[in-house]
Design a protein. Structure first.
Length: 469
């Protein structure tokens, strides 16, 4: 009786997970999707806890309490820190899968070899390799995003790096194959520990050569790894809900990573092994490139006379936490009857949808957020393109310079607007390590400074201008 009720509960939770993913496709139903995901997780925990075979209820209560202690503070991080918080979530998921797989192996080893069939051993090895490499890889990604002192933000490369990584993974897989054949041999427990160590090391070495420009794709790939480790854990524990939820997580992460790679005209292998984001030391040419600066007053006057303005946000807006000031600027422009759109590049920021989340926090209407492919045909008719902290995603070198590391990456065609104002903190290059050709265009004027302060000054100028009329 209890078994049947439990299976029905798992079925309902599976359906809720599927609906949660579906509802998150659009902003109108995203909140409903979050509630469905929370309900599915709660139901899964309750059903599992009510299983008669569960006897150590104190440990479960302790685990739930620990989850709240860690989870509540993580839920309150600023939206600018959501990418690294997401990476930490993947790390927790990977660690959970790895620890469950480790405990399961040693428990079953003590009970006898009957349980450790070839199929279960393949699932176990897959679970611990994927789980532990996701754990350390996600920690490294979070460290890069948080700019932790001991984690290098720029790619770290060394001779025979890719060969070393492939060799590490190959040794782990070979040991796994040997364990699958002889799971109870005298050397098996030590080999199992060696696989764990290799997976942990592989996770670190997989991420350190990847630069910040690739972090959106890396987060999506790590999400996929976490999901696949959950699938393997589901097979190990014979839990259909884990298989379903992990498959949804893994497939959605994979699809998202594919979208990110297409947005950068890159392949998985190039992202994982190409060390994109490394600073390029380019020899200086005879021609000295010069920025043209504009005053806040001058920029405000041009904006006031425009009829169509496109705002292009980037990571600089996130760092400055300028989204609320951008909303005030949006209100000032709309008040004058000016059409305002936000052009969102798929890899702007440090995680998929980063700009959408920040602008949603500032209550920017989703109808005014447009994707790159939708806005590019209109860019020649745009009076002003206001670039707020974006860099590589608006660099025309992606279209024209075959020697550029970003060549072939689809970009927002800001350079085709009649006038471009670019807000930038300094003259330093973006994560691709190259100068942005847009900033030296005849149509571009620079507004140097913190994005929040610059946009705030623009708002003041527009507000005082309207009060004088």
């Amino acid at each position: 009786m209890m078994y049947g009720i439990g299976q029905v509960g798992y079925l309902i939770a599976s359906a809720l997970f599927i609906f949660a993913l579906h509802w998150m496709n659009t902003p109108a139903t995203a909140r409903r999707g979050v509630y469905a995901g929370v309900a599915a997780t709660t139901l899964a925990v309750v059903v599992t806890w009510s299983d008669p075979s569960v006897i150590h209820h104190g440990w479960i209560i302790l685990a739930i309490a620990a989850g709240f202690v860690v989870g509540v503070p993580l839920s309150r991080v600023p939206l600018t820190a959501v990418p690294q918080r997401t990476a930490l979530s993947h790390a927790f998921g990977g660690a959970a899968a790895g620890l469950v797989g480790t405990a399961e192996y040693y428990l079953r080893l003590a009970e006898g070899p009957e349980y450790l069939t070839h199929f279960r051993m393949v699932a176990l090895i897959s679970e611990i390799i994927l789980g532990y490499l996701t754990f350390t890889g996600s920690l490294m990604a979070a460290g890069k995003l948080q700019e932790v002192r001991w984690v290098p933000q720029r790619p770290v490369t060394y001779p025979l790096q890719n060969v070393t990584n492939v060799l590490l993974l190959g040794v782990a897989v070979a040991l796994g194959a040997a364990l699958t054949t002889h799971p109870t041999a005298g050397w098996a427990p030590l080999a199992f520990l060696a696989i764990i160590a290799l997976a942990l090391l592989f996770g670190v070495l997989l991420i350190i050569p990847i630069g910040g420009a690739d972090m959106p794709t890396v987060i999506a790939i790590l999400n996929s790894y976490a999901g696949l480790s959950a699938v393997a854990m589901g097979f190990v524990l014979d839990n259909k809900l884990l298989i379903t939820a992990g498959a949804l997580d893994g497939s959605s992460g994979l699809i998202l990573a594919i979208i990110m790679c297409r947005a950068m005209n890159r392949s998985f292998t190039n992202v994982l092994f190409g060390a994109f984001g490394q600073v390029k030391h380019v020899q200086a040419s005879g021609e000295q490139k010069v920025y043209k600066s504009e005053t806040i007053e001058g920029a405000a006057q041009v904006l006031e006379q425009a009829s169509f303005v496109v705002i292009i946000p980037g990571y600089g807006m996130a760092v400055a936490q300028a989204q609320h000031k951008v909303r005030e600027l949006y209100d000032q422009l709309k008040k004058r009857g000016i059409t305002v759109k936000f052009a969102i590049h798929p890899v702007a920021g440090r995680m998929p949808g980063h700009m959408n989340v920040l602008l949603a926090e500032a209550d920017i209407p989703y109808t005014d957020l447009v994707e790159m492919d939708e806005v590019n045909p209109d860019m020649p008719q745009v009076d002003v393109a206001l670039v707020v902290g974006a860099n590589d995603v608006v660099n025309p070198a992606a279209r024209t310079d075959k020697t550029s590391p970003i060549y072939g990456m689809p970009i927002i065609d800001a350079d085709k607007a009649r006038t471009v104002f670019a807000i930038k903190r300094s003259k330093n290059p973006g994560f691709a390590g190259i100068d942005n050709e847009l900033y030296f265009s005849d149509r571009t004027w620079m507004l140097f400074g913190d994005a929040k302060n610059v946009v705030g000054e623009l708002v003041k100028q527009l507000a005082s201008g309207s009060s004088l009329h």
